[in-house]
Design a protein around this ligand. Structure first.
Ligand SMILES: [Zn+2]
Ligand SMILES: [Zn+2]
Length: 445
């Protein structure tokens, strides 16, 4: 337990229950603390708020947990395995949705984190990155799943430029090299364990996201505005990466090496790896770890059953094969314009437009619905897609993955006017390796 953990006794729980039942100020005579810098609605007693909310957000220094890591801006003390804490937060959230969201007011956590994010933005604005954006780094990408000997079961060692935008790295490199269907399917964010800052996609509004945000961390910095160099700064550093806020696949990315400028050319490469990507519906890291441990002990018949279960997961069934790195690098729009949501008919979606409504569409965007086999799934997928190409500021060479920069202006393919390249050579190489078959035909509308 970290020093930040709120104590949630049964009495607390009962008190919260009593508030839920229509007595918002708790039992008479109970003296609740009032935060100094956060505005509570008169009806909100402040019960169930994390302790840190009562501090000054302008001077707040987040404290590391026992692992030496800071998560979710250091504000949310609840960990994924703290059941009681999660329930307490859920109750607090229900209260907030009644008092704040219905009146479109910022919740106490949102008010607090807004200040911390602004402090971080200022810090990033003034940070000296040196040569790092021109340097290549070798991160090892690990799911937190280990075998009986404690060895990682699923991992990838890659190489990429630290000048890449975090969102591009996630969409065009991490997802495809692991084999995840992709960012449009699930929500992701990165955690800088040194200060708990989070980086993730803008305009995320899926049900999973709303639920998760309320539990652990409300807001994040936009991942298409910051480079890996802002986040991956030293060898040996560990960064958190959470894929899918519903099932929660928690990963770690360890910066193994930062190469000198003269050995860096910006190209993306998979150096090594092991283990098959978990299926999308294998229910997250903890469940899959147990599943694989059981698999190790199983007889041949049971082993076959388990294999079938993995292979019937969306990664493998609906999408046939996971996206490949080269394919992902050559896609025109990496940056998500909206999340891919799974929609259950008759679900809560639509009840609260602020929480679950469709995003405002920008130019070139449309809402696309995909219906999986109705025998497998009663719902459907809904996502915002865009036929606009990536802006140059977030793009990378469609062949090698080298990021564009002020010094290196990427050149556009003359045929489709969509793909960008770092050099004439790479445009030629890519043309020969298959782009001539899809150029214009696919992109010119
Ligand atoms: Zn290139
Ligand atoms: Zn083209």
């Amino acid at each position: 337990m970290s020093g930040l953990t709120t104590t949630t006794s049964q009495t607390d729980m009962l008190r919260m229950m009593s508030q839920m039942m229509g007595n918002p100020n708790g039992p008479p005579g109970y003296d609740y603390r009032k935060p100094k810098f956060i505005k509570l609605l008169p009806v909100d007693s402040g019960e169930g708020l994390p302790d840190v909310i009562f501090e000054d957000p302008y001077t707040f220094q987040p404290q590391p947990d026992l692992r030496g890591e800071i998560r979710s801006w250091g504000v949310f003390p609840v960990t994924l395995d703290d059941m009681l804490g999660n329930i307490s937060r859920m109750l607090c959230l229900m209260q907030q949705s009644r008092y704040y969201m219905s009146e479109l007011k910022h919740t106490p956590e949102e008010q607090f984190i807004k200040v911390i994010i602004e402090r971080k933005r200022q810090k990033l604005l003034n940070v000296d990155l040196g040569d790092l954006p021109k340097q290549d780094i070798i991160p090892i990408y690990l799911t937190n799943i280990h075998d009986a000997q404690g060895q990682p079961r699923i991992w990838r060692r890659v190489r990429a430029s630290a000048g890449l935008k975090i969102g591009v790295f996630q969409d065009k490199i991490l997802c495809p090299v692991m084999g995840w269907y992709g960012a449009k399917h699930a929500l992701v964010h990165f955690t800088d364990y040194r200060d708990g800052s989070l980086y993730g996609p803008k305009d995320a509004n899926s049900v999973d996201c709303v639920t998760y945000r309320s539990l652990v961390g409300c807001q994040w910095l936009p991942d298409d505005e910051y480079m890996l160099a802002h986040l991956f700064t030293s060898e040996g550093q560990t960064i958190g990466y959470l894929y899918d806020f519903g099932d929660k696949w928690s990963h770690e990315i360890v910066v193994e090496k930062i190469l000198p400028v003269d050995e860096s050319d910006g190209h993306v490469e998979i150096i090594a790896g092991g283990g098959m990507c978990p299926g999308e519906n294998m229910q997250g890291t903890y469940h899959y770890q147990d599943f694989l441990n059981e698999y190790d002990q199983d007889n041949e018949v049971k082993k076959k059953e388990k294999k079938r279960e993995i292979l019937s997961s969306p990664n493998y069934k609906y999408f046939v094969k996971p996206p490949l790195l080269a394919e992902a690098l050559a896609s025109t729009n990496s940056i998500r314009s909206g999340m891919r949501n799974y929609v259950m008919p008759m679900s809560v979606e639509g009840l609260n437009p602020r929480m679950f409504g469709d995003p405002k569409l920008k130019k070139g965007q449309s809402i696309k619905q995909t219906f999986p086999d109705p025998h497998d799934s009663p719902g459907y997928f809904k996502e915002t897609t865009s036929d606009k190409k990536d802006s140059r500021s977030v793009s990378a060479c469609g062949f090698c993955g080298k990021p564009g920069s002020a010094q290196l202006v990427l050149k556009t393919c003359g045929g489709c006017r969509q793909l960008l390249y770092c050099s004439k050579e790479h445009q030629k190489e890519h043309w020969k390796s298959g782009h001539k078959k899809v150029c214009s035909r696919e992109f010119s509308k």
